[in-house]
Design a protein around this ligand. Structure first.
Ligand code: CA
Length: 524
């Protein structure tokens, strides 16, 4: 099946090779942007409006089942660049993984195919970017205000708000590009990553709106494996005063700090006066979290609008494919959580919207299982290039053209490693189908399994594993999971550096790391 798919892919690549004009590719990528916070996805809470991002959906395709292979920042980026799972690209976690830039990546192949390539914004892979004609990236996670940045020539200072700066630099690069060649731009935002610090001018954007709560805000984690309840990523226990804007970020200059204080100080004073406790405290935190998170999303949306306008003003829109996606999904209070990591829906699913004039029918919706592991093959196919045999993803270009290949994947493999810090989410892997998930948690000292049924339990609040009615389903999922692990060459035993446990040296092959799996105390 794989060989046939590969042959079809190569033939398809040859047939579409040497297009009259290779399309430009603008990949706008944000960090931790939950699909629940994109109005095109129509979340029940109607949390916000994102008119500019929605335009990409209206004029292109919305993917409703775009899944990531390992739901955290660095690993997702490494998967996108290489088209391979973490166990093959070697970048497992944000703690001690360093990206090996000598690997085959899609930007390098696009360069060979005649493209100019650039990455601007968040990189978060430890090593310097490779395969780009131009790069200017944030060091590590980066900061929201007046962020220092790195270039091939050394560090540079910037002034202003990170989302606007990344967009300014992206527009500037497009203006200065070699206009005789097609281009591929990765415009990668820091927002809306924690600590969700809004643009100063957007602080009062929602006029103190009260946001609807998710039905699972007070999840007690019953009826699932114990590992789920052992997490440390709740609004109740994990969130910090800095997250909650009870402490002003140090990067603000005096003028910015004045506007910040004028907004937050009276509201913080009211909070201290009321001194909410228990569930009321969680509720207050949820509201503050939604305000801040959605304010950072507003800026991302405004700046997506600036990019779309630039493409139109320059006459580039018709021959430029615009993609909007994020490195993974995020919890907006569901299960009482912020953060990501889990195989559960809000974090494993990521937004994916693609506008490809002349190819993708405007306003179309796709529900196939697609993934960030497919992006590399997709960008290459858009440029008329075949998928290298070592890549594990598959181009979604047929889907974008309205065709779903008969042998498109019916199941998807997920694998998360980072543990125990920073959020005490047990390493786990699993299989996802259109209806079920079978999840195996390990690494917290025991191996346990859950089975979720999205038809009976869409909120993923109970496991059906081991129940009489699920004997056949369970056996089928187990067999398919085993096959997937074999096909994807997942090692039986994790690389000792996979969890990124403290004590492991960056990029080194430590013997100690990953050996002791004792839960840490008081993780924050
Ligand atoms: Ca992220």
């Amino acid at each position: 099946m794989r060989i046939l798919a590969l042959l079809l892919c190569v033939v398809g690549g040859l047939l579409s090779a040497a297009p009259a004009q290779q399309p430009n590719i603008v990949f706008i990528f944000s960090d931790d942007h939950a699909y629940q916070a994109i109005s095109a996805y129509g979340d029940a809470r109607k949390l916000n409006q994102t008119p500019n991002i929605d335009r990409i959906a209206k004029e292109g395709m919305r993917f409703d089942r775009a899944l990531v292979t390992n739901s955290i920042c660095g690993p997702s980026r490494a998967v996108i660049l290489t088209g391979k799972y973490s166990h093959l690209n070697g970048f497992y976690n944000n703690t001690n993984s360093v990206f090996n830039g000598e690997q085959l990546t899609f930007p390098k192949l696009l360069q060979k195919a005649g493209y100019q390539t650039a990455i601007i914004g968040k990189w978060h892979l430890g090593s310097n970017p490779t395969g780009f004609n131009f790069w200017q990236v944030l060091p590590g996670q980066g900061v929201y205000y007046n962020p220092p940045m790195l270039t091939a020539e050394g560090p540079v200072k910037t002034t202003g708000y990170v989302t606007e700066i990344i967009t300014d630099l992206s527009l500037e690069w497009m203006r200065k590009r070699d206009k005789t060649k097609p281009f591929m731009l990765m415009c990668q935002h820091k927002a809306p990553h924690r600590e969700w610090e809004p643009n100063i001018k957007d602080l009062n954007f929602d006029k103190d709106r009260v946001y609807p709560e998710p039905p699972t805000l007070f999840d007690d984690f019953a009826n699932r494996a114990k590992a789920v309840g052992e997490n440390d990523m709740t609004l109740e226990k994990t969130i910090t005063p800095k997250d909650m804007k009870l402490i002003r970020p140090p990067q603000l200059d005096a003028e910015q700090a004045g506007v910040w204080d004028a907004y937050y100080e009276p509201r913080n004073a009211a909070y201290r006066q009321a001194n909410p406790q228990g569930k009321d405290l969680v509720r207050w935190r949820y509201q503050r979290y939604m305000h801040d998170y959605l304010a950072t999303v507003k800026s991302v949306d405004d700046n997506v609008g600036r990019v779309l306008k630039y493409l139109e003003d320059e006459g580039l829109a018709d021959n430029t494919i615009v993609i909007y996606s994020a490195d993974q999904g995020f919890y907006l209070g569901e299960h009482g959580w912020f953060d990501k990591r889990w195989i559960f829906e809000e974090s494993v699913r990521t937004p994916l919207l693609v506008r490809w004039p002349g190819v993708t029918k405007p306003g179309s919706i796709n529900k196939s299982l697609v993934s960030n592991v497919d992006y590399a093959a997709t960008f290459l196919a858009m440029a008329g290039q075949p998928t290298p045999p070592e890549m594990q993803g598959r181009s979604i270009t047929p889907l974008l053209a309205g065709q779903i290949p008969a042998d498109w994947r019916k199941e998807f493999y997920y694998h998360y490693y980072e543990y125990p810090q920073p959020h005490h989410v047990a390493p786990h892997y699993g299989i996802i189908t259109d209806r079920y998930k079978l999840v195996r948690y390990y690494g917290n000292g025991e191996v346990t399994t859950d089975l979720f049924d999205s038809e009976k339990d869409p909120l993923e609040l109970r496991s059906f594993f081991g129940e009489k009615d699920y004997v056949t389903v369970q056996a089928d999922l187990e067999a398919r999971l085993k096959r997937l692990r074999s096909e994807l060459q997942v090692p039986e035993k994790d690389d000792p550096m996979a969890t990124g446990e403290r004590g492991g040296k960056p990029g080194a092959k430590g013997k100690k790391a990953g050996a002791a799996k004792k839960p840490a105390e008081g993780t924050k």
